[in-house]
Ligand binder design. Structure first.
Ligand code: SF4
Ligand code: SF4
Length: 277
């Protein structure tokens, strides 16, 4: 079983409990206007070019980056996306098993959208459980109910994105409908799987009281929701847009004070724990 990933990050502390290894799967059905991982959206492998790092040495003139055999010593050109087997990923993940055991950590699948490669995600999660690991998945929730139901058995914690609670705005900002995502969130709730709502705050898009109340309503109505993570927009993806030849979104980052005010507002209306992610 092979899948396509674009990164494996170790010692992650914001992707579920404890110390974790996060595996980033390539490909996503959404097109969020604020996406901080634009290189993750397409399933195809992509070459990123960071012009400011290129010394013009010319070594790559006839290089075949796609083959993975050539690496720019200056990281000015980087191939995003590699095909790996479940065993290869698990070998990497299991190197840090002592850290997981000492911190109640484990493995997290992220992306892109991990459910866009359902069989690969399923086999990774199964393998992690066979190895005794805690498993989490960060998902936008846009997948078939059947996929979600099959993988839920092997997921200990869902980190479920709620990007916008107004259906029209959701379609405008992400390119997909909100309804199937909420249906899947309710399905996870029926399955009794612990879920944290992950809510990006994007100035000029979803920084509105009605949206915060929509988040509260979801958190309060779903028993399986154990908390709400507020994720302030950050512009770390900026350089990657340029490297892909795309226009960078023109969004300002919220201040710490603005985020604290939003967290206090949401926390004042729900018993569930609201934190900054
Ligand atoms: S090898 Fe790297 S630094 Fe040299 S020309 Fe190619 S991209 Fe630029
Ligand atoms: S769901 Fe995530 S990876 Fe996909 S477009 Fe939105 S922000 Fe980017």
């Amino acid at each position: 079983m092979q899948g396509r990933i674009f990164d494996i990050q170790k010692f992650c502390v914001n992707d579920g409990p404890g110390i974790r290894t996060t595996v980033f799967l390539k490909g996503c059905p959404l097109r969020c206007v604020w996406c901080h991982n634009p290189e993750s959206q397409k399933r195809e492998k992509q070459l990123l070019f960071y012009a400011d790092k290129c010394t013009g040495c010319g070594r790559c003139k006839n290089a075949d980056f796609e083959s993975g055999d050539f690496f720019c010593y200056n990281s000015a050109r980087e191939l995003c996306g590699r095909d790996v087997t479940v065993d290869e990923v698990m070998r990497e993940v299991m190197k840090d098993v002592d850290f997981y055991r000492n911190s109640n950590g484990g493995m997290t699948l992220s992306g892109g959208e991990p459910l866009a490669q359902p069989e690969f995600a399923l086999e990774l999660l199964k393998s992690a459980k066979e190895n005794g690991l805690h498993t989490a998945i960060e998902t936008c929730g846009f997948a078939s109910a059947d996929t979600l139901e099959r993988i839920a058995e092997y997921v200990d914690l869902f980190l479920f994105d709620i990007k916008e609670t107004d259906p029209e705005r959701h379609r405008e900002y992400t390119g997909v409908d909100l309804a199937p995502i909420l249906d899947n969130l309710r399905l996870i709730n029926r399955l009794g799987k612990p879920t944290v709502l992950r809510c990006p705050i994007i100035p000029s898009y979803n920084d509105r009281e009605e949206h915060y109340l929509g988040i509260v309503s979801l958190a309060e109505s779903l028993e399986s929701v154990i908390g709400v993570d507020i994720e302030p927009y950050h512009a770390f993806g900026g350089g990657k847009y340029k490297a892909l030849g795309l226009d960078e979104p023109d969004i300002k980052m919220p201040t710490d004070e603005e985020i604290e005010t939003i967290i206090s507002f949401i926390q004042s209306k729900t018993e569930k724990k609201v934190s900054k992610a």
